[in-house]
Design a protein around this ligand. Structure first.
Ligand SMILES: [Zn+2]
Length: 432
């Protein structure tokens, strides 16, 4: 099957805009009538909840993560609790958790969006989907699970952890699809050979669906070459259902956003003004049919840029061409903006280096200082003639050439750095 919802995925752009206007105008009125927070905010700003053009969305107030925290746990519900059938929450290790609720209709919408992602990646009834996203309050596990079931695939709900068992299950069950965080997939490329598996011969993986964290093209190549699979990026966040807001098709030229359900805007993070396709800015999302939590103009803090040109696959949707990671993750070193994924790109391009690294940020001095700890490969470590100083110099040079700043580099023995089964912690603030 080529499309999960052919009509919506190939709708001419003009008709999509009409459909979006129709749904958005109803959704704005609904949020105003049902959620006291929005009524107050619209009234205070003197903004009408009755929009007359799609562009009017620019005048509506934003929603931010703190709004969810401030209304913890059930303050933004537009439906009675009796209609809520699922509750997800962020971990809330620092401060209050953010709680997200779903009606049956909301779960159905989410599952269908994930089904579009799986279908666009070529996953269907023949596939065995190994789901190593964590099952629990986090939306990753159940989001991928129900999406895969909906397209008729067989789902192995393995969840995160116990890597040895993961590999055995993958082999014994003949898994064809791997779903997990990209950093865990990179970790698996290292563990599989060590546990005695030939990742291409012993495992039957053809497709990987990865997401939940920013990853580099070099990480994608490492995963693809090791397992002989095609790696697809997915985008989403818990506040906007979960994973499934968008995904790549076989041409892998950006992520198709399912715009009949989620409207995307790119805005200047400082001024809040609309940006044109091709311009990098903050991704702002509005759900067009959400029942319980009809969040309007949710500021994701993710930076990215879009294209509205039609894709070779026939899908007409706006494509998210790049996700530069969260603006929160951006490091400002010596006046230069740096994303951890840029550092990853440099490191993964040097063959003598392994896949595990840590970025150390030292803010104790007037000038913030950057350090990078990276493992060398077992081959390099075992070579008695290996020139560690020379390699260190090369890594420093490459970082300087790409990032335009200096970094202290520390080469580590293989397996010296921690491994992660979910989202990796790559940036360490050494002053904390
Ligand atoms: Zn496409």
């Amino acid at each position: 099957m080529k499309y999960w919802n052919e009509e919506m995925e190939t709708l001419p752009r003009e008709r999509m805009r009409e459909l979006q206007f129709d749904r958005l105008s109803k959704q704005v009125r609904y949020a105003y009538d049902k959620v006291p927070m929005y009524k107050r905010r619209f009234d205070e700003a003197g903004v009408s909840p009755d929009i007359t053009h799609l562009e009017d969305i620019q005048n509506l107030p934003y929603t931010v993560k703190d709004d969810l925290r401030d209304h913890y746990p059930y303050g933004i519900l537009a439906r009675p609790m009796s209609e809520v059938v699922r509750i997800h929450a962020s971990s809330g290790t620092t401060g209050k958790a953010t709680v997200v609720t779903y009606t049956r209709h909301d779960l159905d919408t989410w599952t269908n969006m994930m089904a579009r992602n799986f279908t666009a990646a070529g996953v269907g009834r023949e596939d065995v989907v190994h789901n190593a996203y964590g099952y629990g309050l986090f939306t990753g596990g159940l989001g991928f699970h129900y999406g895969a079931e909906r397209v008729g695939a067989k789902v192995l709900p393995v969840s995160a952890g116990n890597t040895k068992r993961q590999l055995k299950m993958m082999k014994d069950m003949g898994s064809t699809v791997l779903c997990c965080t990209p950093s865990y997939a990179v970790y698996l490329t290292e563990v599989a050979p060590k546990e005695g598996y030939d990742p291409r011969e012993d495992l039957n993986l053809k497709v990987g669906l990865f997401g939940a964290e920013a990853w580099s093209e070099e990480a994608r190549r490492t995963i693809e070459e090791t397992f002989g699979l095609k790696a697809y990026d997915t985008y989403g966040l818990s506040e906007i259902y979960g994973p499934g807001v968008g995904g790549e098709c076989e041409h892998q030229k950006g992520l198709h956003i399912w715009e009949d359900e989620v409207m995307i805007e790119i805005v200047d993070p400082d001024t809040g003004k609309w940006l044109e396709p091709g311009e990098l800015g903050e991704i702002v999302l509005t759900m067009l049919g959400r029942e319980t939590m009809p969040l309007l103009r949710y500021r994701t803090k993710d930076l990215g840029w879009v294209s509205v040109e039609e894709c070779e696959c026939g899908r007409t949707s706006t494509r998210l061409m790049e996700i530069r990671g969260r603006s929160d993750d951006m490091l400002i070193i010596g006046g230069v903006n740096i994303f951890p994924s840029q550092i990853e790109s440099v490191l993964y391009d040097i063959p003598e280096l392994g896949d595990q690294y840590q970025i150390l940020v030292d803010r104790s001095k007037a000038l913030t200082r950057l350090g990078v700890q990276v493992e060398v490969t077992p081959e390099f470590a075992a070579d008695g003639n290996a020139d560690w100083d020379k390699l260190n110099g090369r890594v420093q040079e490459s970082l300087r050439a790409t990032l335009a700043i200096g970094a202290r580099v520390e080469l580590m023995d293989p397996e010296a750095l921690p491994r992660y089964e979910g989202k990796a912690v790559r940036v360490i603030d050494v002053n904390k």
